[in-house]
Design a protein around this ligand. Structure first.
Ligand code: SF4
Ligand code: SF4
Length: 285
């Protein structure tokens, strides 16, 4: 089988598996992202989710705190309230157990913007991309914490496009749209997956948190792979798929995988699936 063109990624899966099966994880996570925004919007009336992505309360009881904001608050010398600390522990515990970077694919609203840029890139056949190290984001983390310590303020909140988009969608868009547009243009024109795959310190934080998590994309049926490259073409972190499809461990163990399941959707040969990693070593070989 010859390699498919990037713009045709998923066409073979739609033809052989049907439209729903070839889009199910995409639709499920879009529904999840939009539902969370809707819950924040009706939060004051219903009391399901109140607050914002940085700090919120579920059912007026369970605190939820953005771990990166929490770390920066502490680095800036402001000791958080007990509820904020507890909210951080709950969020970290949830994402540490579930799957790598679930926040990125299933919660973060900016993911819809970066996915749109990536999709347009494929459709327009834009190949040109500057080369940046994908480790840049992991260097930005200590830089942000140091900056917060030196400035005594939560630095990330000044430039955070994730919070800007979320605030814009829930409370009305102000000047934050400029930030969102810059991220979109960065991804579309300059660097492929530039923001989520190279820069975003929040994505890096969730990567570190989820590195030992349980649910992993697994190339269970890799013998059936016909090397069409559709999964590589849609994956926002394509490097993570290389080893599991080649040999050895079939699981995607990289913390950079965002657990979006899009690689499962677009594979006409049904090579990949989500699997709990306990006991999965018997599949290696
Ligand atoms: S990397 Fe950042 S912007 Fe991208 S999806 Fe994750 S949290 Fe959102
Ligand atoms: S390996 Fe699959 S689940 Fe992970 S980021 Fe790539 S497309 Fe998404």
């Amino acid at each position: 089988m010859a390699k498919h063109l990037a713009k045709d990624a998923g066409k073979a899966a739609t033809a052989s598996l049907g439209w729903w099966k070839a889009h199910r994880f995409l639709l499920l996570r879009r529904s999840c992202q939009l539902l969370i925004i809707a819950l924040f919007m009706i939060g004051p009336a219903l009391g399901v989710l109140r607050g914002n992505l940085s700090a919120s309360t579920l059912f007026d009881t369970v605190p939820l705190t953005d771990p990166l904001i929490l770390l920066q608050t502490i680095a800036a010398g402001h000791w958080p309230e007990l509820a904020a600390l507890l909210g951080g522990v709950i969020v970290v515990g949830f994402y540490a157990v579930l799957a790598p970077r679930v926040f990125c694919a299933w919660v973060c609203p900016l993911n819809m913007v970066t996915d749109l840029a990536a999709w347009l890139r494929r459709k327009l056949g834009i190949k040109l991309s500057y080369r940046w190290s994908s480790n840049l984001r992991y260097w930005l983390l200590p830089v942000l914490l140091l900056g917060s310590a030196v400035s005594g303020s939560v630095l990330w909140s000044w430039i955070d496009p994730v919070a800007a988009l979320h605030r814009g969608l829930v409370f009305g868009m102000g000047a934050g749209w400029v930030l969102i547009l810059l991220v979109f243009l960065l991804d579309l024109v300059l660097v492929e997956h530039g923001w989520c795959g190279h820069l975003c310190p929040l994505g890096a934080t969730y990567g570190v948190i989820g590195r030992k998590s349980l649910v992993r994309i697994t190339a269970t049926n890799r013998e059936a792979c016909n090397k069409c490259m559709d999964c590589f073409n849609v994956c926002p972190e394509p490097e993570v798929l290389r080893q599991p499809l080649k040999g050895g461990d079939r699981k995607v163990m990289s913390q950079d995988c965002i657990s979006c399941g899009r690689c499962i959707d677009v594979c006409s040969e049904e090579v990949l699936e989500f699997k709990i990693r306990i006991g999965a070593n018997k599949d290696e070989g």
